[in-house]
Design a protein around this ligand. Structure first.
Ligand code: ADP
Ligand code: ADP
Length: 218
C-alpha cells in the first residue's frame, strides 16, 4: 500500500505538486494519468524518498522509503529508463545493484529472463534501444521481489509487442497481490492496463476512482 497525504512540492515559485492525497491499494494496477508536466514523476520521486516534499507525507507499507534498510526488497522503481547509463553490460548493471542489496547473481539471471533480456545480458547498455532500457529498468525494479512497484511511463519507447508484454506483466504482478502504480500520459494506455485510475493535472488531484467508473462517467 502507498499512502500520500497533502503532498506538495514547490520548485521556487512553481508548484509541481499541490496538496495530493490518495491511497494506492494492493492487488490491482493503479494508473497514474496526467499530461506531461502534471507532476507524476515528482510525486513518484517523493514517494520513493528521492525528492523532499515541501509539505505533506508519503509512505510505503506504513513507512517512509528513506527508512528502509533493504529498499529493493520493499519497493521496486522504474524512473527515467532512458537515463540508465551505458558503459556496463545489462548483467553487470544488475549485478552491481544486486551486490549492494545482498541479492544473488542467480536472481539477476532470473529477472533478465523475466523481462526478455536473457540474450542481450552481456551486451553493453549503451547500444540498447529505449525499449530495451525500459526492460532493464523493470528488471531492476523486480530484482528484490518487492511487494510494491512504482513505474514511471514504462511503455515509452516499447514496440507493440513490448507494450503487450508489459500489460501482462502488470496484470500478473497485481494478481500476485502486489501494489502497482504505473504512470502514463495516455488514457488509451491506462484503459487497457489499469483497474483503478488516479488523474492529476497541474499538480492537483482531478479523479481517483475505479477504471470502470471513470469510463462510465467520461
Ligand atoms: P510529469 O511527470 O507529469 O511529466 P513532472 O513531475 O516531471 O511532471 O513535472 C511537474 C512540474 O514540475 C513541471 O512543470 C516541471 O517542469 C517541474 N519540475 C520538475 N522537476 C523540476 C526541478 N528539478 N526543478 C524545477 N522544476 C521542476
Ligand atoms: P549507483 O549506480 O551510483 O550505485 P544506485 O545504487 O543508487 O546508484 O542505483 C543504481 C541503479 O539502480 C540506478 O539505475 C537506479 O535508478 C536504480 N535504482 C535505485 N533504487 C532502485 C529501486 N528501488 N528499484 C529499482 N531500481 C533502483
Amino acid at each position: 500500500m502507498i499512502e500520500v497525504a497533502s503532498l506538495t512540492k514547490h520548485y521556487g515559485s512553481r508548484t509541481a505538486v499541490s496538496d495530493l492525497t490518495f491511497t494506492v491499494r494492493p492487488g490491482r494496477v493503479t494508473g497514474f494519468l496526467g499530461p506531461n508536466g502534471a507532476g507524476k514523476s515528482t510525486t513518484m520521486r517523493m514517494i520513493l524518498g528521492l525528492d523532499r516534499p515541501t509539505r505533506g507525507t508519503a509512505t510505503v507499507t506504513g513507512r517512509r522509503c528513506a527508512d528502509f534498510a533493504d529498499p529493493l526488497r520493499e519497493v521496486g522503481a522504474l524512473l527515467d529508463a532512458g537515463a540508465i547509463h551505458g558503459g556496463r553490460t545489462a548483467r553487470n548493471h544488475l549485478l552491481q545493484l544486486a551486490q549492494s542489496n545482498r541479492l544473488t547473481a542467480a536472481r539477476v539471471d532470473e529477472v533478465l529472463g523475466l523481462v526478455g533480456l536473457a540474450a542481450a545480458a552481456n551486451h553493453r547498455v549503451k547500444g540498447f534501444s529505449l525499449g530495451m532500457r525500459q526492460r532493464l529498468g523493470i528488471a531492476a525494479a523486480l530484482l528484490g521481489d518487492p511487494p510494491v512497484l512504482i513505474l514511471d511511463e514504462p511503455v515509452n519507447g516499447l514496440d507493440p509487442e513490448g507494450i503487450h508484454w508489459i500489460r501482462h506483466l502488470l496484470r500478473d504482478l497485481a494478481e500476485e497481490g502486489r501494489t502497482v502504480l504505473v504512470s502514463s500520459h495516455l488514457m488509451s494506455e491506462m484503459a487497457l492496463s489499469a483497474d483503478h485510475l488516479i488523474v492529476i493535472g497541474k499538480g492537483r488531484l482531478l479523479a481517483d476512482m475505479p477504471m470502470a467508473a471513470f469510463v462510465d462517467r467520461y
